[in-house]
Design a protein around this ligand. Structure first.
Ligand SMILES: *Cc1c(COP(=O)(O)O)cnc(C)c1O
Length: 406
């Protein structure tokens, strides 16, 4: 038997059935037209952002990292609740533009920005977080041709990392950002070249549940930014402090102590660090990850060599991360429930597999659950971020899942 991850708060049962916003899952499914489907709770997203606003100093701005979930209705929902948006492609900018989100609220990071993408961003007035000297030079040249000063920040590859982070994106040789020892020189150069200077972007890592580690990285980020600004002899209109706030996916994961992170940021705000600089956090999964659930149904039950397999009508083509194939080092079970019997005692140990013809498509191993028959609904939680958008939906031709914001 292998433990399941913790079911996020906010999915209280009604009459023993999983519910969202006080409405039973079966009713949502009847409205949406059945499984497989991602349901996203607007209320849970709004509450999460409200908790952040309460815990963090007023001075801290909140950006949404679009790559976590770029589904247009969700972008439109989140638009009035956050200060800005971080994108990682011109394609994501098109989604924001269509949702009526202003370019001046948007910054664009990510390696390998093509000239066409740079041009789109410069024309629109999106801030470019430059990932290299070469990219900065191409942006300057394109700006010159367009007769338009690029809004430009420099992403720094910091000389430290976010301890214990799920995905390391800094510290050592990296594809992201300009090495810290080269960043001041490049900043001076682009400021002298007349860009619309926006400051630094320093992202030290992702998916951390450790408040001390996050506070330490934020402290280091601010120290590094001040050092670089002094060295370059420039001011910083804005400092993007990165994010890294994680959510509990697996058994034993404890939620991040947001209050502790907020307290340390209050100390920084009280000390009037970097006066005149806008301080920004960019969060993806922390805003939307737990607010989504992926709902599927059992298509088949079978036994093989003493083990029970439930085969569902979804799979890794919609929710790759739950199969452990999206950057996981060890495969562990996401939180999962038999959705119409969430209060029932577990009765059997099952493997839950998707409908793709590959052994990779396993969404739970030796999970202890109430009995589920063919046709019964299976809920897989923590599906609001890196779900539909981060999964190979064309693989094996089953097609995409529905999505619904409730
Ligand atoms: C992926 C990414 C994020 C979002 O990460 P989460 O773990 O979803 O919060 C934010 N900023 C940058 C630069 C990223 O690459």
């Amino acid at each position: 038997m292998k433990p399941l991850g913790p079911v996020p708060a906010g999915f209280a049962a009604v009459d023993g059935e999983l519910a969202l916003g006080g409405v039973k899952i079966s009713e949502w499914l009847a409205e949406a037209g059945d499984t497989p489907i991602f349901l996203y709770s607007g209320d849970m997203i709004a509450k999460r952002i409200e908790a952040l606003r309460t815990a963090l100093p007023d001075r801290i701005e909140l950006n949404y990292a679009v790559k976590a979930n770029p589904w247009p209705p969700l972008l439109e929902f989140i638009e009035p609740l956050v200060d800005g948006f971080d994108i990682a492609s011109a394609g994501e900018w098109l989604l924001l533009d269509e949702a009526g989100i202003a370019a001046r609220r948007t910054s664009f990071a990510g390696p390998g920005k093509r000239d066409e993408e740079l041009r789109t961003a410069i024309e629109a007035g999106v801030t470019l977080n430059c990932e290299s000297a070469g990219e900065a030079d191409r942006a300057l040249a394109i700006g010159e041709r367009l007769g338009r000063a690029p809004r430009l920040a420099i992403r720094v590859n910091p000389d430290f990392e976010l301890r214990g982070s799920g995905m390391k994106m800094s510290g050592g040789a990296k594809v992201f950002g300009v090495d810290a020892d080269k960043a001041a020189g490049l900043a001076r150069r682009v400021v002298d070249a007349g860009v619309d200077w926006q400051g630094f972007h320093i992202f030290a890592g992702s998916q951390s549940l450790d408040a001390d580690a996050i506070s330490e990285a934020q402290r280091n980020t601010i120290d590094l930014a001040r050092r670089l600004a002094n060295e370059a002899g420039i001011t910083l209109p804005k400092l993007n402090l990165g994010g890294g706030f994680g959510i509990p996916y697996f058994a034993g994961d404890e939620p991040l102590d947001l209050y502790a992170v907020g307290e340390k940021l209050h100390e920084i705000a009280a000390a009037d660090v970097l006066p005149g600089t806008r301080l920004v956090l960019e969060l993806g999964r922390y805003l939307v990850g737990q607010a989504g659930v992926y709902l599927t149904r059992v298509v088949d039950r079978k036994e093989s060599q003493g083990e029970t397999f439930l085969i569902i009508d979804g799979g890794l083509h919609h929710q790759l991360a739950a199969s452990g194939n999206f950057g996981a080092v060890v495969k562990r079970n996401y939180p999962i429930a038999v959705a119409h019997r969430v209060d029932a005692e577990p009765e059997e140990v099952v493997n839950i597999c998707g409908c793709l013809c590959t052994p990779l498509d396993r969404l739970a191993t030796q999970a202890h659950l109430p009995r589920a028959e063919v046709g019964d609904p299976i809920a897989i939680f923590c599906a609001g971020a890196y779900g539909a958008t981060a999964s190979p939906m064309h693989f094996l031709g089953h097609g995409p899942a529905r999505e619904m914001l409730v």
